[in-house]
Design a protein around this ligand. Structure first.
Ligand code: FMN
Ligand code: 7N5
Length: 390
């Protein structure tokens, strides 16, 4: 499988997506690929980038191009960082460890989801890059406190609190495919969905070899008979509120990032609570559908933040040109998610490396074509955006 991702026919993230689709059972592919409700925001997160036009400076030589960024005083060799992706171990054996390792090799950062299939200590050890821990309060605040302590001891350099998940969005493809049953670890409930796994023997043998049924070793979810676990109700019991940010910030004692900002007003609230950075995110359109694409609301948030803290963005980023556009609109850096998840699912470590390489090469080429030799020099003068976004 690993060989496929290295093929010269794999030139963009869509190619990796198709390879992932080939290797994975439908339910696992759709878990990555799908969005909420009618998937309006899912497609618009991507297409909104097409509404931004570059304004290149021609006849400018850029023999070298600086792609380094600094976020929260941490240094990254690339202007994109790997976002939290729950259940990555379902896509590829030891998925979280594999992805974190590749982020480190590329000189960028990795964010580990609370819903990781691998222990946070093991993931941190696999990489020398800055690693951030994404926090859900699943399992309650006492469990979260313990996890915060573990993440601190393990050496994670920021905590990312996701605030857009008071309840799971309706991902219709997941409902039809029985994804909840797969994640719930209830073998009886999984029975009807076994055939879609059997026709993907490569994935199945690797998955079983890695321990099979998903578990989430960094949270303690209520376990029923046969290890049955329910993520949905656990989320609802432990909604993250603005008040929680106070004790989380105190317990953590380090850099804190809030992920899931759509509007300037919420970014101001985060600043008032002493947060160090925000991520403009609609959770990859997996939660509330019909919210505006993230790149469209970035200017509003950047304006509200007024340079006081770092602003990051994710959502729909599939090309280096998308990264460059986000930086032009004031993001300090971006998070990529499905872009590397497809690579991981298509071919493990080499697949993640390929995704990172595709986006990095895109960025370098775009910078040279723009006539700009450092991502730190990108600003609004390099783009035209629709007047209603400003
Ligand atoms: C399969 C999958 C799992 C995700 N799991 C998490 C998670 O556990 N925690 C979280 O904060 N965000 C999670 N997200 C959201 C991403 O971190 C990110 O916000 C979003 O996917 C960005 O959009 P993009 O995939 O279009 O780049 C997940 C996204 C996907 C696709
Ligand atoms: C209900 C959300 C659980 C994991 C997650 O964040 C995702 O799948 O997007």
């Amino acid at each position: 499988m690993g060989a496929n991702v290295s093929s010269t026919n794999v030139v963009n993230i869509s190619d990796l997506r198709l390879l992932a689709k080939k290797r994975l059972p439908q339910m696992v592919f759709d878990y990555i690929d799908s969005g909420a409700d009618r998937e309006q925001t899912l497609s618009q997160n991507c297409t909104a980038f097409k509404e931004i036009y570059f304004r290149p400076r021609c006849a400018v030589a850029t023999p070298s191009c600086d792609l380094n960024i600094s976020v929260l005083d941490q240094e990254f060799k690339l202007p994109f960082i790997l976002a939290p992706v729950g259940s990555s171990r379902m896509f590829y054996p030891k998925g979280e460890v594999v992805a974190a390792r590749e982020a480190g090799i590329a000189g960028t950062g990795y964010t580990l989801s609370t819903l990781s299939g691998c222990r946070l200590e093991e993931v941190k050890q696999a990489t020398n890059c800055p690693a951030w821990y994404q926090l859900y309060l699943l399992g309650g605040r006492d469990v979260a406190m313990q996890t915060i302590e573990r993440a601190k001891s393990a050496g994670f350099s920021a905590i990312v609190v996701t605030i857009d998940t008071p309840i799971s969005g309706l991902r219709e493809r997941d409902v039809r495919n029985g994804t909840k049953q797969l994640l719930s670890r209830n073998p009886i409930q999984m029975l009807p969905y076994i055939p879609q796994m059997l026709i993907k023997p490569c994935w199945l043998t690797q998955w079983l070899g890695d321990g099979g049924l998903m578990s989430f070793p960094n949270v303690e979810l209520e376990s029923g008979p046969m290890g049955y676990t329910e993520i949905g109700p656990a989320l609802e019991e432990s909604v993250v509120t603005w008040e929680d940010l106070n004790w989380i910030r105190e317990a953590w004692g380090g850099k804190i990032i809030v992920k899931g900002i759509h509007i300037g007003e919420d970014a101001r609230k985060a600043i008032d609570l002493g947060v160090d950075a925000v991520v403009v995110s609609n959770h990859g359109a997996r939660q509330l559908d019909s919210v505006a694409p993230t790149i469209q609301v970035l200017p509003e948030v950047v304006k509200a933040v007024n340079g006081e803290i770092d602003v990051l963005i994710d959502g729909g980023i599939r090309r280096g040109g998308d990264v460059v556009k986000a930086l032009c609109l004031g993001a300090k850096g971006v998070l990529i998610s499905r872009a590397y998840a497809y690579g991981l699912a298509a071919g493990g470590g080499p697949g993640v490396a390929k995704a990172i390489e595709i986006i990095k090469t895109d960025i370098l080429r775009t910078m040279k074509l723009l006539g700009c030799d450092s991502v730190k020099k990108l600003d609004r003068s390099f783009v035209t955006i629709p007047p209603s976004w400003a």
